[in-house]
Each structure stands twice: as structure tokens, then as C-alpha cells.
Design a protein around this ligand. Structure first.
Ligand code: NAD
Length: 357
């Protein structure tokens, strides 16, 4: 074997089972914590209240004000509430926004997080935090924000509408795609990435047909776990850079933007990343030579968005995103040029298919 790599494993404790929400007190015992503040978005406040009720005196309270991209004021208030209620831990029940709030609390207080993911975004497996202040999103890596425990309960995803499930699943796949050609990829990451994409791609049609199909929800959440672990362990490239600009600067919705852009970035990179191309061809099925086209066809068949214009982006914004992406160089298998990037974004904006290579 001629491969060379460095693999630095992150600690991860995962409890995966239908109904595992009921095991939260056991997880608290395992971590040696007494009183947890339960975090959620306003939309999931009933679920948070249910969790707090089931924990009884071990719930310090509920803070159901998590919002997309973690505004710094919300993080500050949550930290104060945790302190006032004498919480020694947080339980984040929800998607990336809620887990992100837990991370913002941990960044300053080091309170351990138990994450209970209800989407496929994957934040629970990463030491990446994000905070938004005056309309600008800052991100960083810090091991203090990596959840101490992750409880995956597929039953909690039954309520995730089919259309959001699809875009969330493609958001998860994006982590795996970029991990496969990351400068710090490794054989174990490739295995996780390939199986993560395979699991998600196989589960999505069944979820569309019946969002309460438990077997499909289990498969998808298993895939999301693997893809999230890929994100936590590697450096992301062009795709995540573009989506950061689309979300942070243009305020486009997170998972739908990932869904539109991913096939185009894959098409841009697949010739320069033959191992990634082979792994994704196998995971997605279809024509061996063209995983980008296969992915675009699947996304269309799943009824998900294929155009940035339809997500609210203006044609003039293409140049803004190009400038922002080019302003800070980063690793990418195919060199990123102004011409190449403009072509890529113009196709993604107009809803055109990625070029066959
Ligand atoms: P989200 O957490 O914003 O959730 C979207 C909406 O769906 C919310 O209203 C939420 O309450 C609702 N929801 C979540 N699960 C549900 C369920 N099972 N049933 C019904 N409704 C449900 O969306 P997201 O896509 O999970 O997360 C996006 C955010 O996470 C972005 O801010 C992104 O930057 C961040 N993120 C961070 C990382 C990281 O590693 N730091 C990784 C991925 C995403």
C-alpha cells in the first residue's frame, strides 16, 4: 500500500436506538452530571418540555430559543440562563442550530453537551462552532465544543417533513463528498464516507414514500452519523466554502443551498479526485464515470431544489460569492479559478445540470 496519512481520532460516544430518548438519565449518569439545561428551537419547544418532564429534578430548565447560525446575543442569554439555573450540562435536542447553541455555551463555560440530533446536519460529531454577530458568521474548531455524548433516536426524525429530510440528507452527503478528497483524508474516513452516502441515498426514497418508515429513518440517521464524523475529522474544500458564503452573506437556507451546489462542485472536482469518484460511483449507483450527474438526477427525482435562483439568489450575487470564495485560498483538488467558479455558480444558479466529464 503506497498511501500516506495521519488520522487523529476524535473521542465519540454514541448511543443509537429507536426510543433512546428515554435513556437520557443513563447518559447523564455515564457523564457524571446532575442537572441539564434542555435546549431547543421555539418550533421544538414541546419536545424539549417533554424531555425536561421525563428528567424531573435532573432538568435545570428549558431554553427553547435556538436560532439558525447562533446569534451572539442568544448564546449570551443561554449562557446566563445555564448559570442562573445551576446547570452542569446541556442537552441539545434538535438540528444543527440547537446543537450549535450548545456549542456556543460550551465554548466559554466548558459545560458538557449531550446532543440529540433530529436532522441529518451532523454538527453533533464535530468540534466546529459558529457564532453570528452584526450579520457576520465566525467559525472555529475547539475540542471543548464536541458533544460528550450523542443520542441518536430515529423516532425523533419521523416529524421531519419529507422535503426537509431530503435536503438535510444531501447536506450530510456533502460532508462525505468533501472528506473523500480532503487533504487530510484517510482510509477509515473513506470507509465512513462511502457507507454514509450509500445509506442516505438508499433511505431517501423510502422516507419520501413514508416519513415514518422506521427502518429507513434508522438507515438515514446511521448515514448522517458517519457523514458528520467525516466532517469532524477532515478539512472541507470548495463546496463548504461556497455554501458558507451563500448562507453567511446572502442568508440563503442552509440545507437547500448545499443540495443545489453539491453536484456542481463534485463535477468540478471529480476528474482530479479519482478515488473519491470511484467511492461515490459505488455509493450512489448508476454510471461509474459520472457520480456528479447521478447525484443531480437523484436530487431532481427526489423533488429537491436544483437552482439557487429559486432559493432567492440574484444573478448579481454570483460575482459577490466568487470574490468571497477567491479571497481566501484553501485546499481543493481542482484549482479554483475565477472563470471556473463563475461557470459553476452560473449553472447552479440557473438550475442547469452539471457538465458531464
Ligand atoms: P435547523 O437546526 O436550523 O432546523 C431547521 C428547522 O427544523 C428548525 O425549525 C427545527 O426546529 C426544525 N426541526 C429539526 N428537527 C426536526 C424534526 N425532527 N421534526 C420537525 N422539525 C424539526 O437545521 P439544520 O439543517 O439541522 O442545521 C443548520 C445549522 O447547523 C446551520 O446554522 C449550519 O451552519 C449548522 N451546522 C453546523 C455544523 C457544525 O459542524 N458546526 C454542521 C452542520 C450544520
Amino acid at each position: 500500500m503506497s498511501e500516506q496519512f495521519v488520522y487523529d481520532a476524535l473521542p465519540m460516544r454514541v448511543r443509537f436506538a429507536a426510543g433512546s430518548l428515554r435513556a437520557l438519565a443513563d447518559e447523564m449518569d455515564h457523564l457524571g452530571v446532575r442537572r441539564a439545561l434542555v435546549l431547543a428551537t421555539p418550533e421544538q419547544s414541546d419536545l424539549a418540555a417533554e424531555v425536561a418532564l421525563s428528567l424531573g429534578r435532573r432538568a435545570a430548565g428549558v431554553f427553547a430559543e435556538a436560532r439558525m447560525h447562533v446569534p451572539v446575543e442568544v448564546a449570551r442569554t443561554a449562557r446566563e440562563v445555564a448559570q442562573r439555573l445551576d446547570a452542569d450540562s446541556c442537552i441539545a435536542v434538535g438540528g444543527g442550530s440547537t446543537v450549535g447553541l450548545g456549542k456556543a455555551i460550551a465554548l466559554e463555560s466548558s459545560l458538557p453537551i449531550i446532543a440529540v440530533p433530529t436532522t441529518y446536519a451532523g454538527s453533533e460529531m464535530t468540534p466546529i462552532w459558529g457564532l453570528t454577530e452584526n450579520g457576520e458568521k465566525r467559525t472555529g474548531r475547539d475540542r471543548r465544543v464536541l458533544p460528550a455524548s450523542v443520542v441518536y433516536d430515529p423516532d425523533l426524525t419521523f416529524s421531519l417533513p419529507a422535503d426537509i429530510s431530503v435536503t438535510s440528507a444531501v447536506n450530510a452527503m456533502a460532508h462525505a463528498v468533501e472528506a473523500l478528497y480532503a487533504p487530510d483524508t484517510s482510509p477509515i474516513i473513506s470507509l465512513m464516507a462511502q457507507d454514509g452516502v450509500r445509506a442516505l441515498a438508499s433511505a431517501v426514497p423510502e422516507i419520501i414514500a413514508d416519513p415514518t418508515n422506521r427502518a429507513a429513518r434508522e438507515t438515514a440517521l446511521y448515514g448522517a452519523w458517519l457523514c458528520g464524523a467525516c466532517l469532524g475529522a477532515t478539512t472541507m474544500s470548495l463546496h463548504h466554502k461556497i455554501c458558507h458564503a451563500l448562507g453567511g452573506t446572502l442568508d440563503l437556507p442552509h440545507a437547500p443551498s448545499h443540495t443545489v451546489v453539491l453536484p456542481h462542485v463534485l463535477a468540478y472536482n471529480q476528474d482530479s479526485a479519482p478515488q473519491a469518484r470511484a467511492a461515490l460511483s459505488s455509493a450512489l449507483g448508476g454510471d461509474e464515470e459520472a457520480p456528479a450527474t447521478r447525484l443531480w438526477d437523484l436530487i431532481r427525482a427526489w423533488g429537491a431544489p436544483t437552482s439557487l435562483h429559486a432559493l432567492g439568489m440574484k444573478g448579481d450575487d454570483i460575482a459577490t460569492v466568487v470574490a468571497q470564495v477567491l479571497a481566501r485560498p484553501y485546499a481543493n483538488p481542482t484549482p479554483v479559478t475565477e472563470e471556473g467558479l463563475t461557470g459553476l455558480l452560473t449553472r447552479a444558479w440557473a438550475g442547469k445540470p452539471p457538465p458531464a466529464s
